[in-house]
Write a protein that binds this ligand. Structure first.
Ligand code: PLP
Length: 348
């Protein structure tokens, strides 16, 4: 028996750009490169959506896999923006270092992204729909290698798919619940974008969904007293005196969006910013809170359930003014409507 291949994506003209959700689509082209004997080789685009690897591959057994996620944005003039792709390239290099995998040079990473976007250009959603082309780079250890040690060979690939909003609400607040489980340990792999962290998050995520929440919020893995991550996004809060605060922890993924918001809050809106501890018993300090990330963009957090408490930050139905202002600035830059800080936009 062979597993079913995903059907080819519909023609772009048949897609409903306003109702895409976040779903895999088998677009015409993806990029692939192979690492063997110390170098990347056979790099280029392929139409083959399937990856055939040895059953002994380390990626299958020991999670020797890293990935990234970023988006291509259609601008008003029809051109296409990548948002800070060098940051994703560098983060993937760090993830590779942690899992003992070969690194992809930044230039090769960005060139591969551009090739994939250009080859699938018709699938970059039109300006004004809010939809984007999501890009998923990944790197896997391959080859017959059943011992627990790094693979000898690797595949680097990037595929793409048009996406809408990740959390159902978009800019409408949704509710979250504290997880009893941890996704990562302080000296583990939380700061790396590796598959294992996400495998660990499936069960707590499902429990949160079953209980009617958008996702779970992970607390610090030592004492479960501080907020760490919001599902697969970083947390930020706006204090009642207008400070932008986001957690600092070695088990949090260093979010490109979070660092961009820290910069914009400070440099464009003159806000004080802080990366520090956010105790769940001190949430009254906050006037607003949200989740931020490439997929989440900025999703306001309405209510947060932990133990017997249910804390509402700003409102369960309305986005707060500072969150809205940050959203407009960030998305304005991404879609080319507002001036980007130097080096943030890479034209395809
Ligand atoms: C666990 C986790 N935290 C945070 C983020 C947000 O990071 P970024 O803003 O770089 O997309 C992501 C998504 O990439 C994530 O998976």
């Amino acid at each position: 028996m062979t597993l079913t291949s995903d059907p080819k994506a519909k023609n772009p003209q048949e897609l409903d750009w306003n109702n895409l959700g976040f779903n895999y689509m088998n677009l015409p082209y993806r990029y692939r490169a192979y690492w063997r004997d110390g170098e990347w080789r056979d790099a280029g685009l392929t139409e083959d959506a399937n990856v055939t690897i040895s059953e002994g591959s380390t990626s299958l057994h020991y999670g020797q896999e890293v990935f990234e996620g970023l988006k291509a944005y259609r601008c008003k003039d029809g051109s296409i923006n990548l948002f800070r792709p060098d940051q994703n390239a560098k983060r993937m290099q760090k993830s590779c270092e942690r899992l003992m995998m070969p690194q992809v040079p930044v230039d090769m990473f960005i060139s591969a992204l551009k090739q994939v976007v250009k080859a699938n250009e018709d699938y970059v959603p039109p300006y004004g729909t809010g939809a984007t082309l999501y890009l998923r780079p990944y790197l896997i250890g391959v080859g017959g290698n059943i011992g627990v040690h790094p693979a000898q060979e690797y595949i680097f690939s990037i595929f793409a798919m048009p996406v809408g909003s990740y959390f159902k609400g978009g800019l409408t607040p949704t509710n979250f619940v504290a997880s009893e489980y941890d996704r990562a340990a302080h000296k583990g792999t939380g700061a790396s974008k590796v598959g294992g962290n996400y495998a660990a998050s499936l069960f707590p995520g499902q429990l949160a969904h079953d209980a009617g929440f958008s996702d779970c919020i992970y607390l610090d893995p030592i004492e479960h007293k501080k907020i760490e991550e919001v599902g697969s996004a970083n947390f930020f809060g706006i204090t009642k005196d207008g400070k932008f605060v986001t957690p600092k922890s070695p088990s949090i993924l260093p979010s490109v969006t979070k660092y961009s918001l820290l910069y914009l809050a400070e440099k464009r809106f003159g806000m004080e910013t802080e990366q520090g501890d956010i105790y769940i018993d001190q949430l009254d300090h906050f006037a607003e809170a949200g989740a931020c990330g490439t997929a989440a963009v900025i999703s306001p957090i309405g209510g947060f359930k932990y133990g017997d408490h249910f804390h509402v930050f700003y409102s369960e139905t309305e986005v707060g003014p500072v969150t809205h202002k940050l959203y407009d600035e960030l998305t304005g830059i991404q879609f080319g409507d507002r001036k980007a800080p130097t080096g943030w936009i890479e034209k395809v």
